[in-house]
Design a protein around this ligand. Structure first.
Ligand code: KIV
Ligand code: ZN
Length: 561
């Protein structure tokens, strides 16, 4: 038997008898009505709830992101919440196309205080709730199903009685059977039907039924069943906006909200980056950008996700986990060498495509640029990285285009350093390793003096062009005067070394490119030497002349031995 045997302590929750469920074949085709609950559900879960000024700044951020419905608080619960609501109204901070929402329990004194708080708002959503699950009925309220239903009806009656006909036009009702996820589905429908009847909701004056997974206690498919069942059984579906409010206790809040949209939900409540009670509310950014990544306009603006994340952290004091989808620090970073290689190739291929070509870069779910993130951080080097990553950084950040055949040699020295450091290496460190390895080694050979002369001669009536290379070198501490002819500077220098104890070699690869611009242009040469014993060595040289860069590269290669 397993050591963690749940026995009879836990069991399946919420299975719903469904005859012909439709949602598994549905598709998400448009954004729902989004409602941010950051300033209420998110706020109530903070170690230090936000003050009025912070809430005002957060409200402005939510408006900028594009939320048209924003739950701003629980005005009857504290002076701060009340004052915040009043300031929004009195300082005319609510844009015409934004509706503020206030939460209130179905209790007369609280309803009255809440209505006082929203007086003068151009339009508002009054969000009434009471708990309906068996455990809440039994332990918290010690009331019957009928009595619990009456609490909801009385709440609606109270709101109606406090409003003039004129005021009623500007107020919409949202009702939440709180703890819906643990409530018997038929009973939840019964309570909502009673609420709808009491308020007098119609097709033109819809009521919002918010069906929360107050505690996420079942798998997302069961939540989708609950939403579809509710939609099919509520007495007047036309008069209802079905809203979801998913918490994340099982870590499947995003999936629940998405499947609920398939099941017919019209509206989605959630918080930026999933803040909220316990494991949080639905991460609304995640759902919106999931839509974006499937070609659907999310109707929210996350083009500067990093800026939004920074403000969120400042206002709430909450950190963002580095692997949070889209916003986490590491989500556009590849550590594995094969991932880096595939990304590099995918990116290179895109440079030849049309601007709006379908995104298909391996390992990058979306184009980081779309949400204001950068390609620069994509490749980092640690001991798990392959040869391609370091070469990519040298090319991307330093303009050094190492031949592919040299990548393993570079990868080996970089990997050894990453192993030694036991951490990720920064871009500059990678360049320093490269420089030390190929420009900094002087133990075997150094040039003290060198000249090349272009020689034109005739042999058997044929014009011959050769280069004469003369100079003084040091091999392992001993000086040698060298001089020899060759087809070019590289060839002549290689031949001239024949008179020294340096190992005999042939140049088996040569690549060069220019680097820099204008008067700062230099040549970079990469050579591969194959020695008599079969060993191969890469060298790199830099000079204002291609010939000299090649000679420097030979010297660099001989210093690798
Ligand atoms: O999670 C919940 O049930 C709530 C309600 C007040 C809607 O936050
Ligand atoms: Zn909640």
């Amino acid at each position: 038997m397993s050591v963690m045997n749940p026995g009879t302590k836990y069991g399946r929750v919420g299975d719903i008898e469904m005859k012909n469920r439709r949602w598994p074949s549905a598709k998400i085709t448009k954004a729902p009505v989004w409602c941010s609950v950051d300033l209420r559900d998110g706020n109530q879960a903070l170690v230090n709830p936000m003050g009025v000024d912070t809430k005002l700044a957060f409200f402005d951020l939510l408006v900028k992101v594009g939320f048209k419905e924003i739950e701003v608080g629980f005005p009857a619960a504290s002076d701060t919440e009340f004052e915040f609501m009043r300031r929004l109204i009195e300082e005319k901070r609510i844009p015409e196309d934004v509706t503020v929402q206030v939460l209130c329990q179905a209790r007369e004194a609280l309803v009255k205080k809440t209505l006082e708080a929203i007086k003068g708002a151009p339009h508002a959503i009054f969000h009434l709730y009471n708990s309906t699950s068996p455990a809440q009925r039994k332990y918290t309220f010690n009331k019957s199903k009928e009595e619990i239903k009456q609490i909801a009806i009385e709440g609606i009656k109270c709101i109606k009685s406090c409003l003039t006909d004129e005021e009623r036009k500007n107020i919409r009702i949202e009702y939440s059977p709180e703890s819906f996820s643990h409530t018997e589905i038929d009973y939840a429908v019964e309570v909502c039907d009673a609420v709808m009847k009491e308020w007098g909701a119609t097709k033109d004056n819809k009521i919002i039924f918010n069906l929360p997974t107050t505690v996420e206690c079942y798998t997302p498919n069961v939540y989708a069943d609950a939403i579809e069942y509710f939609a099919d059984h509520i007495s007047d579906r036309e008069a209802v906006i079905i809203s979801t409010h998913c918490h994340n206790d099982r870590g499947t809040g995003v999936a629940s909200a998405e499947l609920a949209l398939l099941a017919g939900a019209d509206r989605t409540e959630g918080c930026l980056f999933g803040n909220g009670e316990r494991t949080g509310n639905l991460d609304i950014v995640n759902v919106a950008l999931n839509m974006y990544a499937q070609g659907i306009d999310p109707e929210l603006d996350f083009r500067d996700i990093q800026g939004i994340g920074e403000k969120y952290t400042e206002y709430t004091g909450m950190e963002i986990f580095p692997r949070t989808p889209y916003v986490g620090e590491l989500v556009f970073t590849a550590f594995s060498g094969s991932h880096q290689d595939a990304i590099r190739k995918g990116m290179a291929a895109r440079t030849k495509m049309e601007k709006n070509a379908l995104w298909d870069v391996p390992y990058l779910y979306i184009d980081p640029h779309d949400i204001g993130r950068q390609y620069e951080g994509i490749i980092r080097i640690n001991s798990q990285s392959g040869k391609g990553g370091a070469a990519y950084i040298l090319e991307n950040d330093y303009g050094l285009i190492l031949p592919k055949a040299m990548h393993p040699a570079l990868g080996k020295v970089v990997q050894a350093e990453a192993d030694r450091a036991q951490r990720e290496l920064q871009t500059k460190e990678i360049y320093d390793i490269f420089e030390k390895q190929w420009f900094g080694k002087k133990d075997n050979i150094q040039i003290l003096d060198l000249s090349e002369t272009h020689v034109e001669s005739k042999k058997d009536d044929e014009d011959l062009e050769t280069t004469l290379c003369r100079g003084v070198i040091v091999w392992k501490g001993q000086q040698f005067i060298i001089g020899e002819k060759g087809n070019g500077p590289l060839d002549a220098f290689a031949a001239a070394l024949g008179s020294t104890p340096a190992p005999k070699f042939s140049v088996t690869a040569f690549h060069e490119h220019s680097i820099g611009t204008g008067t700062n242009t230099s040549a970079i040469a990469y050579v591969q030497l194959t020695c008599e014993d079969g060993n191969e060595y890469w060298g790199v040289g830099k000079s204002t002349s291609v010939g000299r860069a090649g000679i420097a590269a030979i010297v660099s290669a001989l210093n690798q031995i």
